[in-house]
Design a protein around this ligand. Sequence first.
Ligand code: ADP
Ligand code: MG
Length: 248
Amino acid sequence: MDILNVNNISKVYGKSIMFNALDNLSFNVEEGEFIGIMGPSGSGKTTLLNVVSTVDKPTVGEIKLNGKDILHLKGDELALFRRRKLGFVFQDFNLIDTLTIGENIVLPLTLDKVEEKEQDKRLIEIATILGIGDLLNKRTYEVSGGQAQRASIARALINKPSILLADEPTGNLDSKSAKDVMETFEKINRENKVTTMMVTHDPLVASYCNRILFIKDGSIYNEIYKGEDRAQFYQEIIDVLALLGGRN
Ligand code: ADP
Ligand code: MG
């Protein structure tokens, strides 16, 4: 079953000189998929993530999440949609330094005025899944980059969103922490069936996905699925990137 339908979206920037950042782009994401978006710098990856996350609107086209049109939501409905149906993970974690790790993770529930007892229950549950149960009273500057990113994944998941969206989630991490974070994404996708869409320029990071959609000049260039073997998939990703050209 599809979770996400992106149908013929275009995003045009500029007035006198028009530029198609997204050009009649279509694809679907199935429930439980872990999809990676790759493409050269300027190909439209961030624009795509922004229109799916309702941060930005396409010029034309249709986007549905769970069969529901998301482009015409307004006001409270839009705010609730973002908070309850979408989980975001950013390159720079976006944790609040004056709060503890635990307080950061439950922030979406605090905003939703969920009872404290229920907040604690869900915090323990999600922190255990992400292996950060012993860090909840620490401050953001007392944990490693990998741990901070796992905390931000926990925050993104605490409302059980329909889809988890991540833009270069390993962009600020050293290679060991990046591996750690990608194993976390892989685990929650496999064991908790979290549908995930991630933008990355790093083929090793991308090899943790089940499918990669390659974008060029705002259109789909190619897509490949992972078989049994991650090392093999990594090589296939590198081969497509070589054909695709440009700076990734
Ligand atoms: P990527 O994330 O793949 O590097 P982006 O989605 O950020 O690419 O950008 C796609 C294209 O759209 C680029 O050529 C970029 O310069 C252009 N673009 C992005 N945002 C704007 C904007 N606000 N105004 C005009 N052009 C933009
Ligand atoms: Mg980008």
